[in-house]
Design a protein around this ligand. Structure first.
Ligand code: NAX
Length: 331
Protein backbone atom coordinates (compact mmCIF):
# COMPACT_ATOMS: atom_id res chain seq x y z
CA UNK A 1 0.00 0.00 0.00
CA UNK A 2 1.12 3.55 -0.70
CA UNK A 3 2.18 5.87 2.13
CA UNK A 4 -0.45 8.53 2.84
CA UNK A 5 0.02 11.96 1.34
CA UNK A 6 -0.59 14.91 3.67
CA UNK A 7 -2.84 17.55 2.13
CA UNK A 8 -3.33 20.95 3.76
CA UNK A 9 -6.52 22.91 3.14
CA UNK A 10 -6.56 26.39 4.64
CA UNK A 11 -9.91 28.11 5.15
CA UNK A 12 -11.28 24.58 5.54
CA UNK A 13 -14.33 25.69 7.53
CA UNK A 14 -15.49 27.85 4.60
CA UNK A 15 -17.69 27.11 1.62
CA UNK A 16 -15.06 25.81 -0.77
CA UNK A 17 -13.41 23.88 2.05
CA UNK A 18 -16.65 22.09 2.79
CA UNK A 19 -16.92 20.94 -0.82
CA UNK A 20 -13.22 20.22 -1.22
CA UNK A 21 -12.29 18.08 1.76
CA UNK A 22 -14.68 15.21 0.95
CA UNK A 23 -13.41 15.19 -2.64
CA UNK A 24 -9.84 14.85 -1.40
CA UNK A 25 -10.87 12.14 1.06
CA UNK A 26 -12.56 10.21 -1.75
CA UNK A 27 -9.48 10.19 -3.95
CA UNK A 28 -10.70 12.74 -6.49
CA UNK A 29 -7.54 14.80 -6.13
CA UNK A 30 -4.78 12.21 -5.85
CA UNK A 31 -6.34 9.06 -7.21
CA UNK A 32 -8.46 6.17 -5.93
CA UNK A 33 -5.49 4.22 -4.55
CA UNK A 34 -3.75 7.08 -2.75
CA UNK A 35 -4.37 7.28 1.01
CA UNK A 36 -4.47 10.82 2.42
CA UNK A 37 -4.17 12.63 5.73
CA UNK A 38 -6.09 15.90 5.75
CA UNK A 39 -4.70 18.94 7.53
CA UNK A 40 -7.36 21.60 7.95
CA UNK A 41 -6.57 25.14 9.05
CA UNK A 42 -8.93 27.96 9.89
CA UNK A 43 -8.93 30.95 12.24
CA UNK A 44 -10.12 30.84 15.88
CA UNK A 45 -13.64 32.26 15.23
CA UNK A 46 -14.19 29.28 12.91
CA UNK A 47 -12.63 26.67 15.19
CA UNK A 48 -15.92 25.13 16.26
CA UNK A 49 -17.22 24.90 12.70
CA UNK A 50 -13.89 23.39 11.66
CA UNK A 51 -14.28 20.74 14.31
CA UNK A 52 -17.75 20.04 12.93
CA UNK A 53 -16.24 19.39 9.50
CA UNK A 54 -13.77 17.01 11.12
CA UNK A 55 -16.67 15.17 12.78
CA UNK A 56 -18.38 14.79 9.42
CA UNK A 57 -15.21 13.50 7.80
CA UNK A 58 -15.03 10.83 10.48
CA UNK A 59 -18.74 10.05 10.04
CA UNK A 60 -18.34 9.60 6.29
CA UNK A 61 -15.89 6.72 6.93
CA UNK A 62 -13.78 7.37 3.84
CA UNK A 63 -11.57 4.32 3.28
CA UNK A 64 -8.69 6.43 1.92
CA UNK A 65 -8.70 8.90 4.80
CA UNK A 66 -5.98 7.92 7.26
CA UNK A 67 -6.16 10.91 9.57
CA UNK A 68 -7.52 14.41 10.10
CA UNK A 69 -5.74 17.33 11.71
CA UNK A 70 -8.08 20.26 12.42
CA UNK A 71 -6.29 23.23 13.90
CA UNK A 72 -6.01 27.00 14.16
CA UNK A 73 -2.24 26.74 14.58
CA UNK A 74 -0.44 27.46 11.30
CA UNK A 75 2.73 25.55 12.20
CA UNK A 76 0.81 22.44 13.19
CA UNK A 77 -1.29 22.71 10.04
CA UNK A 78 1.75 22.91 7.77
CA UNK A 79 3.75 20.13 9.44
CA UNK A 80 4.96 17.64 6.85
CA UNK A 81 2.39 18.53 4.19
CA UNK A 82 3.07 17.39 0.62
CA UNK A 83 0.28 19.41 -0.99
CA UNK A 84 -1.07 22.75 0.25
CA UNK A 85 -4.34 24.18 -1.04
CA UNK A 86 -4.64 27.74 0.19
CA UNK A 87 -8.33 28.63 0.28
CA UNK A 88 -8.30 30.83 3.38
CA UNK A 89 -8.16 34.55 2.97
CA UNK A 90 -9.75 37.85 3.79
CA UNK A 91 -12.84 38.51 1.67
CA UNK A 92 -13.66 41.91 0.24
CA UNK A 93 -16.51 43.35 2.25
CA UNK A 94 -18.81 46.10 1.15
CA UNK A 95 -17.27 49.54 1.36
CA UNK A 96 -13.71 48.22 1.76
CA UNK A 97 -10.92 49.75 -0.28
CA UNK A 98 -8.94 47.50 -2.59
CA UNK A 99 -5.81 48.40 -0.70
CA UNK A 100 -7.27 47.35 2.66
CA UNK A 101 -8.24 43.91 1.35
CA UNK A 102 -4.83 43.54 -0.28
CA UNK A 103 -3.10 44.52 2.90
CA UNK A 104 -4.96 41.86 4.94
CA UNK A 105 -4.16 39.16 2.42
CA UNK A 106 -0.54 40.18 2.07
CA UNK A 107 -0.06 39.75 5.79
CA UNK A 108 -1.86 36.37 5.77
CA UNK A 109 0.15 35.04 2.82
CA UNK A 110 3.38 36.39 4.16
CA UNK A 111 3.05 34.53 7.45
CA UNK A 112 1.68 31.35 5.89
CA UNK A 113 4.61 31.38 3.43
CA UNK A 114 7.03 31.30 6.34
CA UNK A 115 5.11 28.50 8.04
CA UNK A 116 5.13 26.40 4.88
CA UNK A 117 8.80 27.07 4.38
CA UNK A 118 9.59 25.94 7.92
CA UNK A 119 7.23 23.03 8.34
CA UNK A 120 6.02 21.58 5.03
CA UNK A 121 7.62 18.55 3.40
CA UNK A 122 10.41 19.35 0.97
CA UNK A 123 9.00 19.67 -2.53
CA UNK A 124 5.53 20.56 -1.24
CA UNK A 125 3.25 21.65 -4.08
CA UNK A 126 1.24 24.78 -3.35
CA UNK A 127 -2.02 25.90 -4.97
CA UNK A 128 -3.45 29.28 -4.01
CA UNK A 129 -7.22 29.58 -4.48
CA UNK A 130 -8.02 32.59 -2.28
CA UNK A 131 -8.37 35.92 -4.05
CA UNK A 132 -6.54 37.84 -5.28
CA UNK A 133 -5.20 34.39 -6.20
CA UNK A 134 -2.30 35.35 -8.49
CA UNK A 135 -1.00 38.03 -6.17
CA UNK A 136 -1.45 35.96 -3.01
CA UNK A 137 0.63 33.26 -4.73
CA UNK A 138 3.26 35.84 -5.64
CA UNK A 139 3.49 37.03 -2.04
CA UNK A 140 3.73 33.42 -0.89
CA UNK A 141 6.59 32.86 -3.34
CA UNK A 142 8.41 36.01 -2.20
CA UNK A 143 8.24 35.05 1.45
CA UNK A 144 9.08 31.38 1.01
CA UNK A 145 12.35 31.70 -0.91
CA UNK A 146 13.43 28.15 -0.11
CA UNK A 147 10.35 26.67 -1.82
CA UNK A 148 11.18 26.27 -5.52
CA UNK A 149 9.16 28.83 -7.47
CA UNK A 150 7.88 26.10 -9.77
CA UNK A 151 6.07 24.64 -6.73
CA UNK A 152 3.90 27.72 -6.24
CA UNK A 153 0.82 28.09 -8.43
CA UNK A 154 -2.63 29.64 -8.40
CA UNK A 155 -6.02 28.40 -9.55
CA UNK A 156 -7.29 29.40 -12.99
CA UNK A 157 -8.52 25.92 -13.76
CA UNK A 158 -12.04 26.91 -12.78
CA UNK A 159 -11.98 29.59 -15.48
CA UNK A 160 -10.51 27.02 -17.89
CA UNK A 161 -13.28 24.56 -17.09
CA UNK A 162 -15.89 27.30 -17.42
CA UNK A 163 -14.56 28.01 -20.93
CA UNK A 164 -14.79 24.30 -21.84
CA UNK A 165 -18.35 24.31 -20.50
CA UNK A 166 -19.38 27.32 -22.58
CA UNK A 167 -17.98 25.79 -25.80
CA UNK A 168 -19.69 22.51 -25.03
CA UNK A 169 -23.04 24.27 -24.50
CA UNK A 170 -22.68 26.42 -27.59
CA UNK A 171 -21.75 23.55 -29.93
CA UNK A 172 -23.95 21.01 -28.18
CA UNK A 173 -21.05 18.58 -27.78
CA UNK A 174 -19.83 16.66 -24.72
CA UNK A 175 -17.53 18.72 -22.54
CA UNK A 176 -15.01 15.87 -22.49
CA UNK A 177 -14.66 16.24 -26.27
CA UNK A 178 -13.60 19.90 -26.01
CA UNK A 179 -9.95 20.62 -25.29
CA UNK A 180 -7.11 23.12 -25.25
CA UNK A 181 -8.84 26.34 -24.40
CA UNK A 182 -6.50 28.74 -22.62
CA UNK A 183 -6.94 31.17 -19.76
CA UNK A 184 -4.25 33.84 -19.96
CA UNK A 185 -3.37 36.12 -17.07
CA UNK A 186 -5.17 37.06 -13.91
CA UNK A 187 -8.00 35.19 -12.19
CA UNK A 188 -10.12 38.33 -12.46
CA UNK A 189 -12.40 39.96 -14.96
CA UNK A 190 -9.38 40.91 -17.12
CA UNK A 191 -8.47 37.25 -17.73
CA UNK A 192 -8.39 36.30 -21.40
CA UNK A 193 -10.22 33.08 -22.25
CA UNK A 194 -8.79 32.11 -25.64
CA UNK A 195 -10.36 29.55 -27.98
CA UNK A 196 -8.04 30.18 -30.93
CA UNK A 197 -6.25 26.85 -30.51
CA UNK A 198 -9.01 24.73 -29.05
CA UNK A 199 -10.51 21.70 -30.76
CA UNK A 200 -13.45 19.33 -30.50
CA UNK A 201 -13.14 15.59 -31.02
CA UNK A 202 -15.84 14.55 -33.51
CA UNK A 203 -16.52 11.31 -35.35
CA UNK A 204 -14.64 12.86 -38.27
CA UNK A 205 -11.58 13.69 -36.17
CA UNK A 206 -10.34 16.84 -34.44
CA UNK A 207 -12.03 20.05 -35.54
CA UNK A 208 -10.93 23.59 -34.68
CA UNK A 209 -13.38 25.39 -32.39
CA UNK A 210 -13.26 28.73 -34.25
CA UNK A 211 -14.36 26.98 -37.47
CA UNK A 212 -17.14 25.06 -35.73
CA UNK A 213 -18.47 28.08 -33.88
CA UNK A 214 -18.07 30.29 -36.92
CA UNK A 215 -19.11 33.43 -35.06
CA UNK A 216 -16.21 35.75 -34.43
CA UNK A 217 -18.38 38.25 -32.67
CA UNK A 218 -19.38 35.67 -30.06
CA UNK A 219 -15.87 34.31 -29.58
CA UNK A 220 -14.41 37.79 -29.12
CA UNK A 221 -17.38 39.17 -27.21
CA UNK A 222 -20.09 37.16 -25.49
CA UNK A 223 -17.97 34.09 -24.86
CA UNK A 224 -15.13 36.01 -23.23
CA UNK A 225 -17.50 38.08 -21.17
CA UNK A 226 -19.50 35.08 -19.97
CA UNK A 227 -16.36 33.30 -18.75
CA UNK A 228 -14.96 36.47 -17.17
CA UNK A 229 -18.24 37.24 -15.40
CA UNK A 230 -19.25 33.70 -14.50
CA UNK A 231 -18.27 34.09 -10.86
CA UNK A 232 -20.57 37.10 -10.54
CA UNK A 233 -23.40 35.21 -12.28
CA UNK A 234 -23.08 32.37 -9.75
CA UNK A 235 -23.20 34.83 -6.86
CA UNK A 236 -26.31 36.43 -8.31
CA UNK A 237 -28.04 33.07 -8.69
CA UNK A 238 -26.89 31.32 -5.53
CA UNK A 239 -26.37 34.33 -3.28
CA UNK A 240 -23.09 32.59 -2.54
CA UNK A 241 -19.93 32.34 -4.60
CA UNK A 242 -18.87 29.27 -6.58
CA UNK A 243 -17.89 26.45 -4.30
CA UNK A 244 -18.40 22.99 -5.79
CA UNK A 245 -16.95 24.02 -9.14
CA UNK A 246 -14.01 25.73 -7.44
CA UNK A 247 -13.35 22.65 -5.31
CA UNK A 248 -13.61 20.30 -8.26
CA UNK A 249 -11.28 22.47 -10.34
CA UNK A 250 -8.75 22.61 -7.51
CA UNK A 251 -8.74 18.80 -7.56
CA UNK A 252 -8.24 18.85 -11.34
CA UNK A 253 -5.33 21.26 -10.96
CA UNK A 254 -3.47 19.14 -8.40
CA UNK A 255 -4.33 15.84 -10.05
CA UNK A 256 -2.97 16.89 -13.43
CA UNK A 257 0.10 18.46 -11.84
CA UNK A 258 0.93 15.34 -9.81
CA UNK A 259 -0.26 12.59 -12.15
CA UNK A 260 0.30 14.37 -15.49
CA UNK A 261 -1.86 15.78 -18.27
CA UNK A 262 -3.15 13.33 -20.89
CA UNK A 263 -1.27 13.19 -24.19
CA UNK A 264 -2.19 16.10 -26.47
CA UNK A 265 -4.05 18.03 -23.79
CA UNK A 266 -3.02 21.18 -22.02
CA UNK A 267 -4.63 22.94 -19.07
CA UNK A 268 -4.40 26.43 -17.57
CA UNK A 269 -2.40 27.12 -14.42
CA UNK A 270 -1.26 30.34 -12.79
CA UNK A 271 2.54 29.99 -12.65
CA UNK A 272 5.58 32.20 -12.22
CA UNK A 273 6.24 33.81 -15.58
CA UNK A 274 9.58 33.06 -17.22
CA UNK A 275 8.91 35.59 -19.98
CA UNK A 276 7.19 33.10 -22.33
CA UNK A 277 4.91 34.83 -24.84
CA UNK A 278 6.46 38.13 -23.77
CA UNK A 279 4.61 38.06 -20.48
CA UNK A 280 6.73 40.06 -18.02
CA UNK A 281 8.75 37.79 -15.71
CA UNK A 282 8.03 38.26 -12.02
CA UNK A 283 4.26 37.83 -12.21
CA UNK A 284 2.13 34.80 -11.43
CA UNK A 285 0.26 34.59 -14.74
CA UNK A 286 -2.02 31.91 -16.14
CA UNK A 287 -0.54 30.00 -19.08
CA UNK A 288 -1.36 26.83 -21.00
CA UNK A 289 0.75 24.06 -19.47
CA UNK A 290 1.32 20.35 -19.76
CA UNK A 291 2.45 18.31 -16.77
CA UNK A 292 4.67 15.28 -16.51
CA UNK A 293 6.52 13.63 -13.60
CA UNK A 294 5.16 16.20 -11.17
CA UNK A 295 6.38 19.20 -13.18
CA UNK A 296 4.49 21.67 -15.33
CA UNK A 297 5.87 23.30 -18.45
CA UNK A 298 4.42 26.14 -20.47
CA UNK A 299 3.19 25.10 -23.92
CA UNK A 300 5.47 26.89 -26.36
CA UNK A 301 5.14 28.08 -29.93
CA UNK A 302 1.43 28.92 -30.11
CA UNK A 303 0.65 31.69 -32.57
CA UNK A 304 -0.71 34.85 -30.98
CA UNK A 305 -2.79 37.20 -33.10
CA UNK A 306 -3.17 40.90 -32.51
CA UNK A 307 -6.49 40.56 -30.67
CA UNK A 308 -4.99 38.01 -28.28
CA UNK A 309 -1.86 40.08 -27.76
CA UNK A 310 -3.86 43.06 -26.57
CA UNK A 311 -5.90 40.98 -24.15
CA UNK A 312 -2.80 39.19 -22.82
CA UNK A 313 -1.05 42.52 -22.26
CA UNK A 314 -4.04 44.11 -20.53
CA UNK A 315 -4.29 41.35 -17.93
CA UNK A 316 -0.49 41.49 -17.40
CA UNK A 317 -0.77 45.21 -16.72
CA UNK A 318 -3.44 44.55 -14.11
CA UNK A 319 -1.20 41.97 -12.45
CA UNK A 320 1.75 44.37 -12.38
CA UNK A 321 -0.54 46.91 -10.79
CA UNK A 322 -1.72 44.39 -8.16
CA UNK A 323 1.89 43.49 -7.48
CA UNK A 324 2.76 47.15 -6.89
CA UNK A 325 -0.23 47.51 -4.58
CA UNK A 326 0.80 44.38 -2.67
CA UNK A 327 4.34 45.67 -2.25
CA UNK A 328 3.06 49.02 -1.05
CA UNK A 329 1.28 47.11 1.74
CA UNK A 330 4.54 45.60 2.96
CA UNK A 331 5.84 48.73 4.61
P1 NAX B 1 -15.46 31.47 2.78
O1 NAX B 1 -15.50 32.84 3.36
O2 NAX B 1 -16.66 30.60 2.85
O3 NAX B 1 -14.25 30.67 3.48
C1 NAX B 1 -13.01 31.23 3.72
C2 NAX B 1 -12.47 30.62 4.99
O4 NAX B 1 -11.14 31.09 5.19
C3 NAX B 1 -13.29 31.00 6.23
O5 NAX B 1 -13.64 29.84 6.95
C4 NAX B 1 -12.32 31.87 7.01
O6 NAX B 1 -12.49 31.76 8.41
C5 NAX B 1 -10.98 31.29 6.56
N1 NAX B 1 -9.83 32.16 6.80
C6 NAX B 1 -9.77 33.51 6.83
N2 NAX B 1 -8.53 33.92 7.13
C7 NAX B 1 -7.79 32.81 7.30
C8 NAX B 1 -6.44 32.59 7.66
N3 NAX B 1 -5.61 33.61 7.89
N4 NAX B 1 -6.01 31.32 7.75
C9 NAX B 1 -6.84 30.28 7.55
N5 NAX B 1 -8.13 30.43 7.22
C10 NAX B 1 -8.61 31.68 7.10
O7 NAX B 1 -14.96 31.66 1.28
P2 NAX B 1 -15.02 30.60 0.09
O8 NAX B 1 -16.26 30.80 -0.68
O9 NAX B 1 -14.67 29.26 0.58
O10 NAX B 1 -13.84 31.17 -0.85
C11 NAX B 1 -12.50 31.10 -0.43
C12 NAX B 1 -11.61 31.94 -1.34
O11 NAX B 1 -11.61 31.42 -2.65
C13 NAX B 1 -12.05 33.39 -1.47
O12 NAX B 1 -10.90 34.21 -1.38
C14 NAX B 1 -12.63 33.45 -2.86
O13 NAX B 1 -12.56 34.74 -3.41
C15 NAX B 1 -11.73 32.49 -3.58
N6 NAX B 1 -12.21 31.94 -4.86
C16 NAX B 1 -11.29 31.70 -5.82
C17 NAX B 1 -11.60 31.09 -7.01
C18 NAX B 1 -10.56 30.78 -8.03
O14 NAX B 1 -10.93 30.27 -9.09
N7 NAX B 1 -9.29 31.07 -7.83
C19 NAX B 1 -13.01 30.75 -7.34
C20 NAX B 1 -13.88 30.60 -6.12
C21 NAX B 1 -13.62 31.60 -5.04
O15 NAX B 1 -14.30 32.78 -5.34
Amino acid sequence: AKDPVRVLVTGAAGQIGYALVPMIARGVMLGPDQPVILHMLDIPPAAEALNGVKMELIDAAFPLLKGVVATTDVSEACAGVNVAVMVGGFPRKEGMERKDVMSKNVSIYRSQASALEKHAAPNCKVLVVANPANTNALILKEFAPSIPECNITCLTRLDHNRALGQISERLDVQVCDVKNVIIWGNHSSTQYPDVTHSTVTTKDGEKAVPGLVNDDEWMKGGFIKTVQQRGAAIIKARKLSSALSAASSACDHIRDWVIGTPEGIWVSMGVYSDGSYNVPPGLIYSFPVTCKDGKWSIVQGLSIDEFSRKKMDATAIELADEKALAYSCLN
